[in-house]
Structures are given as C-alpha cells and as structure tokens.
Write a protein that binds this ligand. Structure first.
Ligand code: HEC
Length: 272
C-alpha cells in the first residue's frame, strides 16, 4: 500500500456562500431589531465557541482582550469585516480560515459574538442556521451531525480531521466506508498513517505528497494535525505507525458515537 495520497481536493463555492448567508442573516436580524428571545442564546453560544476556538493558547484573549494575537474588542470592526476574516483568515498571519472548520451555526454565533464586542447588538432574530439550506435528518442523525462538528469538543472534534458535506478539514481522505458499529469505529485501522522522522523526532504522519524536492505531510502529533513541508532530504518516511484512530475519539462517549455513526450513514461519506 502506498503511503502517498493525492492532495485533498475541496469543493469550490462553499465558503463564499456561507459568508453571503451569514451577512444575509445578519441583515435580516438587524432589520428586525429587538424582536425578543434568541439574541442572548446566540451571544452565549458565540462566546462558548470563541473561548474554545479563538481564545486558546497563543491566540486571542478572553472577551476579546489581546493575547498572542491582537485585541478584538472595541476595534470598530463592522459585521462584513468580521465575517470575512473569520471565514477566510488573514494570509501570512497566524489567523486561520474557519469557513470550513466550524459548523454554520457556530460560525454565525462566533461572528455575532465578536460583533457584540464591537458594539454590534447580537440581535434577537439572529438564530443559527435560520434560512440555511440543510437537509432534514432523522433525529438521531441530526444529533450526530451536531456532535461531529461541535466546537465545544475543542480540537478533538471529528471535523478537525474529516470533511463531510463540505464542512470540516480534510486531513484524512473522504470517508468512504462507514463502520457498522462503535467498536468498529474505534478499531479503524489507518494504514496510511506512517512513521515520519524529521528534526530528530519520529511522529505519526499522513503523507500528502512526496516529491524529489519536498515532502508534504500532516503531523498527527498535535490536535489539530499540522501541515508540514520538508525538504525531501530532511525527512524519512518509514513504515506503518502505531497511531490509533481510537486515540482521536477521546472527546466522545459510546452513546455519542452511535449518533455520529447514524449521521455518517445518512450523509454517506457525503463528499465524493
Ligand atoms: C486527529 C484526526 C482525526 C480525528 C479527530 C478523527 N479521525 Fe477519523 N480518521 C483519521 C485518520 C488519519 C483516518 C485514516 C485515514 C487513512 O488511513 O487514510 C481516519 C479514518 C476514519 C474513518 C474510516 C474512513 C474510511 O473510508 O475507511 C471513519 C469512518 C472515521 N475516521 C470517522 C471519524 C469520526 C466519526 C470521528 C469523530 C468521532 C473521527 N473520525 C475523528 C483521523 C481522525
């Protein structure tokens, strides 16, 4: 079995559509003003997502204070700017694009939360996913979908390594075969994960490309896995790693994984 995989291909169009939808939702929400109800929920959800995703180690501070990354509170940002940066990131900086790694609901909520730190009211009608085209799923599968992308699982959520329905990071190849049950999910063999040795250490890796000059791989030591590029002479690709898929499941219990499987069975890998 060759450890070399083609670079993951991504569907075009998705993120832009999401940005448009968020802005549209925002505009509707602003027009409807203080209509009661959901605004506080939205802000609370957004703050939770923010604390898990943005206010981490080297990045932004709690409540928009500065950390390793700049302050976000009271900067006079407008909704369009916040949406754009959260969705697409800022090239050449440490700010990643969250347009495909957060669920639409979490994305909308976190944008609304950063907006609220800049004096933009998280208005009542701004409800995640409102008006967004999404297929209806049976209840169990819908629960599984939420779990798969759930930001409060931090970087241990499934979507940190898998893309389904255009959402998530395609570290692993598209999911082709959905395991029969939770035991099988935990026991998944990952034949493509190999031992790579570079800079004096050996680590589990998924090789994306291996040329005469450079080798590109995902280093699975950390969550999320890190995309690294080495000069071909500086890295040695060895045999199968003892990295286990089960080590990536720690954020979920068996009951939750049942629901996730129900989702994957309906979504059918979803990203052909
Ligand atoms: C840290 C990264 C990571 C996380 C988190 C992760 N996986 Fe995986 N997953 C992988 C890798 C790597 C493979 C094996 C890919 C290979 O060998 O080509 C894999 C394989 C799979 C497969 C088999 C796909 C196939 O076509 O055979 C399924 C199904 C799967 N994962 C589901 C999940 C689910 C559900 C979750 C969340 C509960 C999850 N994964 C979390 C990295 C991850």
């Amino acid at each position: 079995m060759s450890p070399i995989r083609p670079s993951p291909t991504r569907k075009g169009g998705g993120p832009l559509t999401i940005a448009t939808l968020i802005l549209a939702t925002w505009a509707i929400a602003s027009a409807q003003g203080r209509a009661g109800g959901g605004g506080a929920d939205m802000a609370a959800q957004g703050e939770k997502v923010y604390n898990q995703t943005c206010a981490t180690g080297y990045c932004h501070g709690v409540k928009g204070a500065s950390g390793g990354a700049p302050r976000l509170a009271s900067r006079g940002f407008d909704a369009a700017y916040i949406t754009q940066v959260v969705r697409a990131g800022i090239q050449g900086t440490g700010m990643p694009a969250f347009g495909t790694t957060l669920s639409r609901g979490d994305l909308t909520a976190v944008v609304a939360y950063v907006g609220s730190l800049n004096g933009i009211a998280p208005t009542a009608a701004l409800i995640p996913d409102r008006g967004m085209p999404r297929r209806q799923l049976p209840p169990e599968a819908a629960k599984g979908r939420a779990l798969f992308y759930e930001a409060i699982r931090g970087f241990a959520r499934c979507s940190v390594c898998h893309q389904v329905d255009g959402t998530g990071i395609a570290v692993a190849d598209p999911i082709g075969k959905v395991p029969e049950n939770v035991a099988a999910l935990r026991a998944i063999a990952s034949p493509h994960v190999v031992n790579a040795t570079a800079e004096g250490s050996t680590f589990p890796a998924l090789v994306l490309s291996k040329g005469a000059i450079t080798v590109k791989l995902y280093d699975l030591t950390t969550k999320p896995p890190v995309l690294r590029t080495f000069a071909a002479a500086e890295v040695k690709i060895g045999g199968a790693s003892n990295w286990s898929h089960n080590s990536a499941m720690a954020a979920y219990n068996d009951g939750e994984l049942e629901s996730v499987l129900a989702f994957l069975k309906v979504a059918g890998g979803g990203e052909k």
